[in-house]
Design a protein. Structure first.
Length: 453
């Protein structure tokens, strides 16, 4: 791809739906995004249903694995089978999201996940645990195609002014369904058993598919005619096979990221969040069931509910205090990493589950601020033509660090390292991306539209 094509990308604006950017943040404007954007409201409803079912599934599955195996390592392996396939499938998923209907990808993914979740009903004995790992692996591969398609479609459903608010609503939805779904999931396990939780999750994907089918097709706006001609002229003989397989599209996305310093910095800090979160996810199940001794999923439900409460509140507070302009979002990322350090160390020192839940809620407020602010900045910078591939790179990098942290924590936990020491380490490691983010601010001082270094 030649310089002329990259000049096109550098000068390309994301074609959001409506208005110029506004830095103000209010609850009225937040609710207005849902009221005034029918397609976004439909996607929001689909996500609300499917995510609520997901958290039923998480509480039920983790409790089942700990009951059948008695090992924290089992939860770590379940998380790995969820994370690693998303990393491996990410490049292909990103290319596909920029090639075909994003709506079709999401509907097909939801329908596939219905069948997969139902397979969890067959797990009854320790020698059948492999079914859980197989199902979670396949579920992860399917989700790897859903997520970039959804992220790439979202900015086309709202205006640029509304995007930070839409991202906050999406994040708060994830957080609210985490809190409510985990709490109800714990009650469901206690009253009617795990099978009902799995059935609810399967049904939620059916409803989500039906709602998403009502959205626009969501094809990516590829390069304009002139840029496409430049691309065609740059292609060498014999490259048709590469184009068919998507290798050229993949290389195009890699070049875009490699030549834009601010995009690289944001992808790096979002990926580094996985170094903290991966270990924490393993430890939360262990703390709930073993350290604080709340069995049958009750301790897990309390802690995951606290995660949801903090994640819900974080972006609202940050946007209200710092605003939604670029500088405010970058400050929010710095504050988020500081919260991760302090609050996970506080969790490790907590004498009871109530104190731990408060520390966890604050830590997840930080994680939620980090993710929402980073996503908003990326969507403002990245043109629609490569948005699917950048979203896949974002998810892939995060899943890679998440997997490494998950595996390391699970192995160390089952080799006798105290859970409290591991939780403190998960917090302290956030000092590394905090330092990197401070150093990377020089890249954001470059003026002009391009994020290129």
């Amino acid at each position: 791809m030649g310089d002329l094509t990259w000049a096109y990308f550098d000068g390309h604006h994301i074609e959001y739906k409506r208005d110029p950017l506004a830095a103000s943040f209010s609850i009225r404007r937040l609710l207005g995004v849902l009221r005034d954007n029918r397609n976004f409201r439909t996607l929001y409803a689909a996500n609300a249903v499917s995510q609520l079912g997901d958290w039923f599934n998480v509480v039920a599955l983790f409790s089942l694995l700990l009951e059948l195996t008695g090992k924290g390592e089992a939860v770590a392996y379940a998380l790995l089978t969820r994370f690693v396939p998303m990393f491996l499938a990410g490049p292909a998923a990103g290319v596909l999201a920029d090639r075909i209907s994003r709506r079709a990808i999401m509907v097909a993914s939801d329908l596939a996940r219905v069948a997969l979740v139902l397979c969890l009903l067959f797990i009854r004995r320790p020698d059948q645990v492999w079914i859980a790992y197989a199902v979670v692996t396949a579920h992860s591969v399917v989700s790897a195609f859903f997520e970039p398609a959804q992220q790439a479609m979202l900015p086309n459903l709202v205006s640029e002014a509304d995007y930070p608010l839409a991202a906050t609503l999406e994040n708060s939805l994830w957080a609210a369904t985490l809190a409510v779904g985990s709490a109800i999931g714990g009650v469901t396990l206690a009253l009617v058993g795990r099978d009902v939780a799995f059935l609810c999750d399967a049904a939620s994907f059916l409803v989500s598919a039906a709602l998403i089918s009502r959205l626009p097709r969501g094809h990516a706006r590829r390069a304009d005619r002139q840029a496409m001609e430049v691309l065609e002229e740059a292609r060498v003989p014999g490259s048709q096979i590469e184009n068919l397989l998507g290798l050229r599209d993949l290389r195009e996305g890699v070049r875009y990221v490699a030549s834009h310093r601010r995009v690289r910095a944001l992808l790096a800090v979002k990926a580094s969040f996985g170094l903290t979160l991966g270990g924490v996810l393993v430890l939360l199940a262990y703390f709930g069931e073993k350290v604080f001794a709340y069995g049958n999923g009750a301790g897990i439900a309390v802690l995951w509910t606290a995660r949801g409460v903090g994640s819900f509140a974080g972006p609202f507070a940050a946007f209200r205090i710092a605003g939604t302009d670029d500088q405010g979002l970058r400050r929010g990322i710095s504050a988020a990493f500081a919260l991760l350090v302090v609050c996970y160390v506080a969790f490790a020192l907590s004498p009871a589950i109530g104190y731990a839940a408060i520390a966890l809620a604050l830590a997840n407020a930080g994680g939620s601020i980090l993710w929402t602010s980073g996503s908003t900045l990326l969507q403002r910078m990245v043109p629609d033509a490569v948005r699917g591939r950048v979203a896949a790179a974002e998810i892939g990098g995060f899943m890679l660090t998440l997997s490494a942290s998950t595996l390391a924590t699970g192995l160390l936990l089952d080799r006798g390292i105290p859970a409290r020491a591991l939780m403190a380490a998960c917090g302290l490691i956030a000092l590394v991306p905090l330092a990197y983010w401070a150093f990377a601010q020089r890249a954001f001082q470059v003026t002009g539209q391009a994020a290129r270094g």
